[in-house]
Design a protein around this ligand. Structure first.
Ligand code: FAD
Length: 522
């Protein structure tokens, strides 16, 4: 047993495992679960991994870690817990890229979904074509990484249309949250691009669901923070893949001009509309920071001094980032199309920068930064992130109260600050995802990296931002939310709370799943 465990935790775990073992032998489900090559581990290495995440601020030690060899292992575990006189809690751990223990299960069992990727005997990603319509889709295991979905689908010349900025996270993990990036304004979040799923509910039942079949479960699970079931398979809509992208960044010193231009560009958002961008994001650049961050080195080094000078003159500047895809058929027209789209934008003259890269290089842009940080030992540090959705009507108040006041005054920000708008109409209101009640809303991400001894000062800044929004009546919603009490969760879900709570009762009545979200056990 792990020498580093606090003594009480050691006893709880020993007690839990022996209790589990004594009742295990009587259970057929458990016999099946423990049948090789499913592995139930409680060695220090497995427990340590399952009690940590990307955030590096929370530690909850499970009693055991299941490394399933197939989804049946997951079914058996949940059935066993559900039918046990003293049910225990279970969390699927995708890549553990949550930041506040959301994929942990204190004294329960963590399912290491990466084991399913390694062990499964059936393919985890299958690309098919519908006879009737000719449309492509991919059937993807919830444990699969988006980078693997990208590579597998490109082999057929097709691709998902909605992404996250970073691709080494799991399909089940992002669909439990939403899955957003610069494509969301046009294609919706990832949860808007799923047409069917297989889900193992909190009762241990494997259920196929879609908007037409078991639709309550389907919509509950999308954005459902792992509360209703474990996503075993998701069917994802695909479209023809481009091969290259034009990637442009423009700098603004005037925030109203920046948001006005962002909003104008996202108003062109028809999925099939040819004169629309494929991706739009934005960044806040602070005077004391570098123009580039670990996530991307975009600006030519020779231009860094004048960008820094612009930031120093203004304290805060803003970067509009857009992308238009192209391929062999559109190669001759892409420059003109982009020129027309960007005509009349009000960025600082002389501060437009352009790149031309492959589609894969663009989508996988965060990977190089990750590898660099890993090589310097800087990846596994605390990440006191704060991700918010802010209604469009209050974005100027947010700028003046947060970027121009709290952030500058505290002067601690380390890491990128993302800011980009999306369209509410691209989100399905039946899903569990929670967004502001305005057609256009912004996502703002403070993606801090800190040291192990100073992450609290970033948390203090996060707290001040939340308090400022509360006091000023800015009706923000947290993305990748984290709350300490159920009252706060009720406030977060607003009019969706009753449905969310009723669905929990239907699909996970014993509150077995995803305890790390702290919604039903707070
Ligand atoms: P985990 O953190 O392991 O799990 C998240 C939650 O989902 C947990 O509650 C877990 O129990 C549950 N869960 C996991 N698998 C399943 C499953 N199969 N079925 C049901 N529930 C499950 N998000 C964005 O939307 N856009 C971005 O651009 C983006 N960029 C990121 C960049 C980086 C560097 C990092 C670290 C994260 C980023 N994220 C982004 C956040 C990411 O979406 C979340 O971390 C998400 O939780 C996915 O991570 P994961 O696969 O490791 O899931």
């Amino acid at each position: 047993m792990n020498e580093n465990l606090p003594i009480p935790a050691y006893f709880i775990i020993t007690f839990f495992i022996s209790r589990l073992k004594s009742s295990i032998n009587k259970s057929k489900a458990w016999t099946a679960l423990n049948h090789q090559p499913n592995t139930l581990r409680h060695d220090p290495e497995a427990l340590t991994l399952a009690s940590s995440d990307y955030g590096n601020m929370v530690k909850e030690i499970p009693a055991a870690v299941l490394e399933p060899s197939s989804i049946n292992g997951v079914v058996h575990l949940i059935s066993y817990a559900y039918n046990n006189s003293a049910p225990f809690q279970i969390a699927a751990r995708g890549q553990g890229h949550s930041v506040r223990g959301q994929a942990m299960a204190k004294n329960g069992v963590v399912i290491d979904m990466s084991a399913l990727r390694r062990n499964r005997k059936t393919p985890g990603i299958v690309v098919s074509r519908r006879w009737t319509t000719g449309e492509f889709y991919a059937d993807v295991g919830g444990e699969q990484l988006w980078i693997d979905v990208l590579n597998a689908t490109l082999a057929y010349g097709v691709t998902p249309v909605s992404w996250t900025d970073y691709l080494y996270i799991t399909v089940g993990g992002t669909l439990s949250n939403g899955g957003i990036s610069g494509q969301s304004f046009r294609y919706g979040p990832q949860v808007s691009n799923v047409v069917e799923m297989d889900v193992v509910t909190g009762k241990g039942n494997m259920v196929t669901c879609s908007p037409k079949r078991n639709s309550e479960l389907f919509h509950a699970v999308l954005g459902g923070l792992g509360q209703f079931g474990i996503i075993a398979r998701a069917r994802i809509a695909l479209e023809p893949a481009p091969t290259r992208v034009k990637w442009v960044r423009m700098l603004y010193s005037n925030f109203s001009a920046f948001t006005k231009d962002q909003e104008r560009l996202i108003s062109l958002n028809g999925r099939k509309q040819t004169n629309a961008l494929n991706y739009l994001e934005g960044l806040v650049l602070l005077h004391h920071g570098s123009p580039d961050s670990w996530r991307s080195s975009f600006f030519p080094p020779s231009d860094h001094p004048r960008i820094i000078s612009l930031a120093n003159q203004n304290s805060v500047i803003y970067c509009l980032e857009v992308v238009k895809y192209y391929d062999d058929h559109t190669q001759s027209t892409i420059d003109k199309e982009l020129e027309v789209l960007l005509e009349g934008l009000d960025y600082e003259s002389g501060f437009k920068f352009e790149k031309d890269v492959t589609y894969v290089e663009f989508l996988n842009r965060v990977r190089n930064g990750e590898l660099k940080l890993k090589s310097k030992g800087l990846w596994d540090v605390p990440h006191p992130w704060l991700n918010l959705f802010v209604p469009r009507s209050r974005i100027l108040d947010f700028e003046s109260g947060v970027f121009k006041d709290i952030v500058l005054r505290r002067n601690v920000t380390r890491g990128p600050i993302l800011i980009y708008p999306m369209n509410r109409s691209k989100w399905d209101d039946r899903n569990s995802t929670v967004i502001p009640d305005e057609e256009v809303f912004y996502t703002i991400g403070f993606l801090h990296s800190s040291g192990f001894d100073d992450w609290k000062k970033f948390e203090e800044q996060n707290q001040e931002i939340l308090e400022y929004c509360g006091k000023s009546g800015i009706e923000i919603k947290q993305y990748l939310p984290h709350y300490k009490t159920q009252t706060q969760w009720i406030q977060h879900f607003g009019s969706k709370w009753t449905t969310f709570r009723d669905n929990k009762f239907k699909f996970d009545p014993k509150h077995i799943l995803s305890p790390g979200q702290n919604i039903f056990n707070s």
